[in-house]
Design a protein around this ligand. Structure first.
Ligand SMILES: [Zn+2]
Length: 293
């Protein structure tokens, strides 16, 4: 399959470089593309076959700022989901157990402020770590447009949460449905952020040499975006449908949403773990053949 934008896959190799995994001759392949035989990133083989000194040229100029940015990028969504998912999850457990709501809905309001601060802080750390001044090589490898898109996503998500907290202070939002509205309002910025995060994690692998983690982190972030959209959509729909139509349908839908939320948290933890390895790789760039498999 030909990529939509051939230039996005980087220059074409005009030397004979064997794929590190399957020995296929990569001459004619794009540097940012994949081995046509086994799918391994071409750059992995190029870096592996290059002179160690040359490979070292590609390491980030300010490794600490870069690795801090990657850790913040993968930890922040997990924190935000845990902080906001705990309220609905506890209430669902209460409802399924046939108890009244023991979990106060008031915890949601401060969590909006905390999550907004976490996301804004992450946007700052990422913009700083991937800036032209601090890490021009890393920024060029990821692409300036991708960096901007991810910063935009994080800032929009933070703004939605900050606005929710602001409105909740005014007392206008003492309605039952307000937390649902806040959850629904986050679907777009959250999906946008996670889908922008995926290619960034994938490209950072080119410099961190943690190719396997970079690939898994990329796929994980893409899958997560859709799982979380499904979870929130199901949960919000269940609340809307539940009281008016069928109690049973409501119980099934909220139960299913709780299971999806649990899976999402596991998935986010997995992306965070991959981010950790990528970040460690940025601080000590080297090629580990075991990580190419
Ligand atoms: Zn191959």
């Amino acid at each position: 399959m030909k990529p939509a934008h051939p230039s996005d896959d980087g220059p074409v190799l005009d030397v004979h470089v064997p794929c590190v995994r399957c020995r296929y001759d990569l001459a004619g392949a794009h540097v940012f593309g994949k081995c046509p035989e086994c799918g391994l990133e071409v750059l992995a083989s190029v870096a592996h076959n290059a002179d160690p000194e040359v490979a070292h040229l590609a390491s980030p100029e300010t490794p600490r700022a870069a690795s801090t940015a990657v850790i913040a990028l993968t930890v922040a969504p997990l924190l935000v989901m845990l902080a906001q998912g705990s309220g609905p999850a506890m209430r669902t457990i209460d409802a399924l157990a046939g108890r009244g709501t023991s979990f106060p809905s008031q915890v949601e309001r401060p969590s909006w402020a905390v999550c907004a601060a976490v996301l804004a802080g992450t946007a700052f750390l990422f913009a700083r770590g991937f800036s032209e001044q601090r890490n021009p090589t890393l920024r060029a490898s990821v692409g300036g447009a991708r960096v901007t898109r991810l910063v935009l996503g994080l800032c929009t998500w933070a703004a939605v949460l900050a606005a929710a907290f602001g409105v909740s202070l005014s007392g206008v939002a003492h309605k039952q449905g307000f937390p649902m509205m806040v959850l629904a309002a986050q679907i777009l910025p959250m999906a946008f952020t996670l889908l922008a995060l995926a290619p960034v994690l994938g490209r950072v692998g080119a410099l961190s040499r943690a190719y396997r983690e970079a690939r898994h982190g990329k796929q994980g972030a893409e899958l997560l975006a859709w799982t979380l959209v499904g979870t929130i959509a199901l949960y919000v729909t269940a609340e809307a449908v539940g009281s008016t139509y069928s109690e049973d349908l409501h119980t099934v839908a909220t139960g299913l949403a709780a299971v999806l939320l649990f899976l999402s948290v596991l998935g986010l933890a997995y992306v965070t773990a991959n981010g950790w390895v990528i970040a460690a790789g940025l601080r000590a760039p080297r090629i580990d053949p075991r990580r190419l498999k």
